[in-house]
Design a protein around this ligand. Structure first.
Ligand code: CO
Length: 218
């Protein structure tokens, strides 16, 4: 189908969806419009093949979402940091999930020694992850296996970046939430793999350098 024809069908499809949804749950839209109380904040890749609600089997209103190239949590990115702040302080999410995925184009680009123009600063943050895990990654001879492992360690590092934020540290020590978890989505079979990050252990390491729970500088 031509892309223009496909585009024209979108608004038609929306009408169909509204009708079906209203038939299934007559007060669906009234309830949704009332406010959101999601328990999960999902930070994932912008990749068109990886959709938070779909892969988690959750409905509208159940997951607060932030996506960017290669699911990065960069400490000067006001967008990601605002989402985390709002999610923790106002929505009181119980889990922050950083979800990487195999076959990630952003991670792949970071593995290539090429100049990507405007993308370079973003890719540099991913390349910095490679440098942190260089010994392990360089030792993997098979390029595809190295690529997969790079996706995993990148997701792990972004979980640590979430743990470095003041609001996450404060909320966690006051309430026991949010819990920060790292997942990998496997595009080949649709499965989610839990990286089983030991949050307590990571936090205790992180707090030696990044502890922000002792109050503001006077
Ligand atoms: Co990706």
């Amino acid at each position: 189908m031509q892309s223009k024809e496909l585009y024209n069908k979108i608004l038609e499809s929306n009408k169909k969806w509204v009708a079906e949804q209203t038939k299934k749950e007559p007060d669906f839209f009234t309830q949704i419009a009332d406010g959101q109380h999601p328990e999960y904040l999902y930070i994932g890749c912008s990749d068109s093949r990886v959709h938070a609600n779909e892969i988690m089997g959750l409905k509208n209103g159940q997951v607060f979402v932030h996506r960017n190239i290669a699911n990065m949590v960069i400490n000067t990115d006001l967008n990601a940091l605002s989402v985390i702040n709002y999610g923790v302080e106002y929505l009181n999410v119980k889990y922050i999930i950083v979800c990487g995925h195999y076959n990630c184009g952003g991670v792949k680009a970071a593995m290539e020694n090429l100049d990507y123009g405007i993308l370079n600063p973003w890719l540099r943050c991913i390349r910095d992850v490679y440098r942190l895990h260089q010994d392990e990654l360089d030792a993997i001879e098979d390029k595809n296996k190295r690529y997969r492992r790079f996706v995993e360690v990148n997701t792990y590092e972004q979980c640590l970046n979430v743990l470095k934020t003041a609001e996450v540290q404060k909320s966690y020590y006051e309430t026991g939430y949010p819990r920060v978890v790292g997942w990998i989505y496997d595009l080949h079979d649709g499965s989610l793999i839990d990286l089983e990050i030991d949050m307590e252990k990571e936090l205790s390491k992180i707090r030696k350098i990044y502890d922000l729970t002792k109050g503001k500088r006077k």
